[in-house]
Design a protein around this ligand. Structure first.
Ligand code: UDP
Length: 250
């Protein structure tokens, strides 16, 4: 049973709305249903306007969750939808916790981050939840040869959950190009989540997240992001105009 999510459009990019993303993904896990999860935010939506390959990948992903405040506010204010934000890192954490409770031989793989970060994140999760079967990890900085080895490893191991933290849009493009290697896996682009789990970066305090201001904390932590973040006001203006001039919500 895979209840179809409601699909809404944010600047022509789909976002899937449902009450319980973790349960839906657990169903995919249990039935070995190949799934690409995209964690959509305003920045990615703006990138997709300029990058048709990225837009196509999002269009064909099985699950696009409302990860960013901009996307959530768009759905609430302009489409009158009562929806909550679903941060990708929290969805990945819920999935890992639920999988760790199961007796299963199915395995997990972490790919991305600076050298040692995915390994440290895997160690963190293994300690938190000994029921998890994290079969391997790989840094996101490597030579073409090392990447070939990684592809062979994935094809051999056939992990059923593959978290890819290479940043947007690198991780989305990489997943789209490589998901045939493990067609039954759930592939999730997790951005900088490994940095958080490895303890090299911290997440915004929850009161900021609850007030849709997580982006402000990221800007404080990584001021070099200011240029990328100009996408946010541009998104707001474009979203407003798009909504005024387009009748259909879906
Ligand atoms: N990264 C990587 N390989 C690269 C470029 C980036 O593994 O070639 C990693 C980087 O170390 C960081 C993550 O990708 O852990 C990007 O995190 P960020 O929070 O910037 O992701 P985004 O905001 O794009 O989702």
């Amino acid at each position: 049973m895979f209840p179809a999510p409601k699909v809404f459009s944010v600047l022509g990019i789909p976002v899937h709305v449902m009450n319980d993303y973790p349960t839906w993904l657990l169903e995919c896990w249990q039935h070995s249903r190949g799934t690409h999860v995209i964690t959509l935010n305003a920045e990615m939506t703006m990138q997709a306007q300029q990058n048709p390959a990225l837009a196509n990948i999002i269009q064909s992903a099985e699950l696009v969750i409302p990860d960013g405040a901009g996307v959530v506010l768009y759905l609430r204010w302009l489409l009158w939808q009562k929806i909550n934000r679903c941060p990708g890192i929290e969805l990945a954490e819920m999935l890992l916790c639920a999988i760790g409770q199961q007796q299963t031989d199915k395995t997990i793989f972490f790919y991305g981050g600076a050298p040692g970060v995915a390994a440290k994140a895997a160690e963190f999760w293994q300690q938190q939840n000994p029921g998890l079967n994290i079969a391997g990890n790989h840094s996101g900085y490597h030579t073409a040869e090392e990447e070939q080895q990684l592809q062979q490893t994935l094809a051999q191991l056939q992990p059923q959950l593959i978290l890819v933290g290479l940043g947007v849009p690198r991780q989305e493009l990489w997943i789209a190009q490589n998901r045939h290697l493990c067609p039954q896996a759930i592939w999730v682009g997790v951005g900088g989540s490994f940095d958080i789990w490895a303890g090299t970066k911290s997440r915004a305090p929850s009161w900021l997240g609850n007030n849709n201001l997580e982006w402000l904390y990221r800007l404080y932590q990584e001021p070099w992001r200011w240029r990328r973040m100009l996408a946010l006001p541009k998104f707001a203006v474009k979203a407003f105009i798009y909504r005024l001039t387009t009748k259909s919500a879906a």
